[in-house]
Design a protein around this ligand. Structure first.
Ligand SMILES: Cc1cc2nc3c(=O)[nH]c(=O)nc-3n(C[C@H](O)[C@H](O)[C@H](O)COP(=O)(O)O)c2cc1C
Length: 349
């Protein structure tokens, strides 16, 4: 099926020429959200819901899409939502708006996690370069081995410059010993996770929903089978390891704190890195298994600063892009109408 006629893929066909000039604010915000939903998310769960109220987007988590086994703390869920918030801000800046984010420390019963106020004008963030907007509909997660060529120092510097939040740090490693060490940890984490039938069932459930798209589904059929037959685990693990060992750069986002606001902040930087990598022609893949096993997460400590906690590992390098995007839920499914009492005013950043 061509992308143009697959309703799950058409969200990728967003075009900036369709921007609603001179339209009411809520129409503008709903248009900007078309870019937010192209963000990456853990297992492509897209665990977000948005309410547009006046000049503010109320960002909610959707717990029906929470990975209870792989992500018991909702760390990955909130990093995913942070990615969507960053896309919203990048798109807003592209169209001459600016955004102010207020994180909600105690999510309400309805799952409100952040308010993003969008207003006309304002400064472009210095750590977001102009080419990030074009990267939003081109960005994708790579699952392939990298070509044997290094990432040039200028590209590494641009990736480093993405991390401008004092709550988040970024470590980038290109030393072959560190890459080998990361690979050994990936093998260990995968072995632990794939040995857990609840983990396999959860993964199989989401693959069964078609979240990784048809071609990805074909590629992962062995992995799907493992849920029921406990077959294919070796193939999946070998695939992850070969991808990791081929990568010229291993990156790690880390933080001092381990709470919902930090995870949203990590997500924003993570997506800025994804978009910057895309703009630079680099392929990227998160390696979240390293965090999902607590003993493995602890072993990442020497690769980050003292007193820091690893939050989001990823690998970077050059690889051929995939011909297809993964599916997205249509925008109508993730936008809800405001209710009486939804507070929209934004208190801070
Ligand atoms: C918090 C988070 C964790 C992720 N972890 C992994 C991972 O461990 N391995 C992987 O291959 N992809 C991982 N991904 C990428 C998602 O699988 C991917 O974003 C999703 O399938 C949508 O595909 P796309 O990024 O190509 O649009 C992660 C994404 C996020 C936001």
């Amino acid at each position: 099926m061509s992308e143009a006629f697959d309703p799950k893929v058409t969200p990728w066909l967003v075009d900036d020429v369709d921007f609603p000039n001179n339209a009411p604010t809520d129409v503008v915000l709903k248009f900007l959200l078309r870019y937010a939903v192209l963000a990456p998310s853990t297992h492509n769960t897209q665990p977000w819901r948005f309410i547009v109220a006046d000049d503010t987007v109320l960002v909610h988590k959707d717990e029906s899409r929470w990975l209870l086994v792989a992500d018991p703390d909702q760390r990955e869920l909130l990093i995913s939502i942070g990615c969507a918030i960053e896309n919203l801000l990048v798109a807003a800046e592209h169209f001459g708006y600016s955004g102010q984010v207020e994180y909600v420390p105690e999510p309400s019963e309805a799952g409100l996690v952040a308010r993003v106020r969008i207003r006309e004008g304002g400064e472009r963030s210095a750590s977001r370069s102009g080419d990030l907007f074009e990267a939003i509909p081109r960005r994708q997660t790579s699952h392939d081995r990298c070509e044997p060529r290094p990432v040039p120092p200028e590209a590494v510097e641009r990736i480093k410059a993405c991390c401008d939040d004092p709550a988040v740090t970024l470590a980038l490693h290109d030393n072959p010993d560190t890459i080998r060490n990361a690979d050994a940890l990936v093998i260990g984490a995968d072995a632990t996770l794939f040995a857990d039938p609840y983990y396999r069932d959860e993964l199989a459930h989401w693959i069964g929903q078609g979240v990784f798209g048809a071609s990805w589904l074909m590629a992962k059929l062995g992995q799907f089978a493992l849920s029921y037959l406990h077959a294919g685990a070796g193939t999946a693990m070998r695939h992850d390891s070969e991808a990791m060992i081929s990568s010229p750069v291993f990156g790690l986002l880390a933080s001092q704190h381990d709470d919902p606001e930090t995870w949203l902040r990590v997500g924003r930087i993570f997506e800025r890195i994804y978009l910057t990598a895309t703009a630079l022609g680099l392929a990227m893949q998160p390696m979240t298994q390293l965090i999902e096993v607590p003993e493995v997460r602890a072993q990442l400590a020497p690769m980050i600063g003292a007193g820091m906690l690893a939050q989001q590992p990823f690998r970077l390098g050059y690889a051929q892009p995939h011909p297809h995007h993964t599916p997205r839920r249509p925008l109508e499914e993730v936008i809800a109408e405001p209710q009486m009492g939804d507070r929209t005013s934004v208190a801070g950043n």
